[in-house]
Structures are given as C-alpha cells and as structure tokens.
Ligand binder design. Structure first.
Ligand code: SAM
Length: 258
C-alpha cells in the first residue's frame, strides 16, 4: 500500500491493528506532543461527563494505553473500570501503567485496578446493559463501521446510562483551516517520524511508523463533521445528544443518553 494513501476498507482493521501495535511504545508521548498536553484535560472532561454513580461500571472502548480508563479510576475509586481494545500491544503498555497509577491512590489494592479485556469494538464481549457509562477516545474514525460500533456501545449501556466520545474532527471552514490542515498533514507526520523511532513491542511485524503518522491526520481530515456524528449517535438509539468542540474545532466531545 502507498504510505500516503489511506487503507482500503477491506484492509482497514488489520492495518489499524498493526499500526497501533507498532507505535504503542511511543503513543502516549506523541499524544501529549501533538495536542500540546490538552488531551489530558479532554480525558478529564470525558470522565466527568459520564456522571458515574457510586460503584458504577464504566467501559472504555478502544482504550489503547488506558488513559481514559485510568482517569475514571483515579476519580472514581469505587467504580468497576474496564478498558477494551483489539490491539494487545497498546493494552500491554496500559497494563504496565497500573503500578504508576496504583501508587498515586491512597488505598491502592485489587479494586484499584483497571481491567483490560481484548475485544473488538464491533462485537463487544459484554452483556446487554451492563455499564453505566461507555467512553471512547479517538476510536471511531479507526473502525470499519461507525454505526455498528455505536450500536454495540448502545447495547452494553443500561437505559439512562451515558455514552461519551472524544474524537478528532475535520478543521471547520474558517480562515484558520489552511493552517490547521498544514499542521495536521505536514507537521504531525514529521513529529511522528522524529519521536516514534525505536523498538516495537512483542517483536510483531509492524507497518512503517511514518505511515502511521500520515494515516492518523488523514483519517481526521476525511472523518465526519460533529453534527453528522451527532445524528449517527441518534440513529444508534442515543437521546439528548450534544457536543462541544475543542482545539479550534479539530476535536469534539459527544455526549448522549441510552
Ligand atoms: C488512537 S487510539 C486511542 C487510544 C485511547 N482511547 C486514547 O484515548 O488515547 C485508537 C485505539 O482504538 C483501537 N481500535 C481500533 N479499532 C478497534 C476495534 N474495532 N475494536 C477495538 N479496538 C479498536 C486501536 O487498537 C487503538 O488502540
């Protein structure tokens, strides 16, 4: 596949899985760099918007290295928090962060763990209505079927529970759009190449990392505008859907009620 082309739909899931396996070890660092550290605040906002009840259950789909899940555990020690992803290598990095987070919790013990479960966001391995809240961060533009992914999130959310989704959006049509596109399509791939060199995890054959940091901004520019996404949430059965835009409109947080 040409490194500057997005993968065809039939190869996308395999491409995405291998790509994240290849960049797992540098993913957190690059996230902080590319968002100037703002992603930490967005994850806090995502968890706050879940309005998790006491001893609630939260699922983070496409959890990657688990930053949303850990934020949920940090702020809701009583909660059962599960992160689910189909890329083992991303969750492996996430599992290693357990020690780092556990020491920050005053009474760290078994229940302070975030559980990681390997699974496909298009066929979630959980019972209907099990969760009070389902979150995702930068997942939807990577899946092959957004409608199925949202329908699955709806299925595992209890009636009245919440879905909260953090995702990038194409730059809105303002005077800043050319500058934002330049940053995404030219600067991010260079940052990715500079900072993602190193050894991959698990010795798994991976796609070139420079291709990953071309794919990620390209998939943002080609993704859905937030109002279109909001309608997809409604089609999946969520009510009271709303969203806020961040980072000059290039990131959106959607909220809905099951
Ligand atoms: C950009 S990363 C986001 C990680 C994390 N949520 C965050 O906020 O940083 C996208 C993650 O979605 C996962 N992913 C993509 N498609 C998936 C699918 N169909 N099922 C499960 N995970 C998927 C990838 O493996 C990757 O870890």
């Amino acid at each position: 596949m040409n490194a500057s082309m997005p993968p065809p739909a039939s190869e996308k899931a395999e491409y995405v899985n291998q790509m994240f396996a290849g960049i797992a070890h540098r993913y957190d660092l690059l996230n902080r760099l590319m968002t100037a550290g703002q992603d930490v605040n967005w994850r806090r906002e995502v968890v706050a918007l879940c309005r998790l009840p006491y001893a609630g259950r939260l699922l983070d789909v496409g959890t990657g290295t688990g930053d949303i899940a850990y934020e949920a555990k940090r702020t809701h020690r009583d909660a059962e928090v599960i992160g689910c992803d189909f890329t083992f290598e991303m969750m492996d990095v996430g599992r290693r962060k357990r020690a780092q987070y556990a020491t920050r919790l005053p009474h760290a013990g078994q229940t302070d763990r975030v559980e990681f479960v390997q699974g496909d966001g298009l066929r979630l391995p959980f019972a209907d209505g099990y969760f009070d809240a389902v979150t995702s961060g930068f997942l939807l533009r990577n899946v092959t079927d957004v409608d199925t992914c949202l329908a699955e999130q709806r299925r595992v959310t209890r009636p009245g529970g919440r879905i909260v989704c953090l995702e990038t959006s194409p730059p809105p049509p303002t005077r800043l759009a050319p500058l934002l596109r330049f940053y995404m399509l030219r600067v991010i791939p260079v940052l990715g190449q500079l900072f993602s060199t190193g050894i991959g995890t698990q010795g798994k054959a991976t796609r070139p990392r420079e291709s990953a940091y071309r794919y990620l901004p390209q998939s943002t520019v080609a993704f859905l505008q937030p109002d279109v996404m909001a309608r997809q949430f409604e089609r999946a059965g969520f009510r009271h859907v709303s969203y806020v835009r961040k980072m000059m409109g290039t990131v959106a947080i959607h909220v809905g009620t099951a």
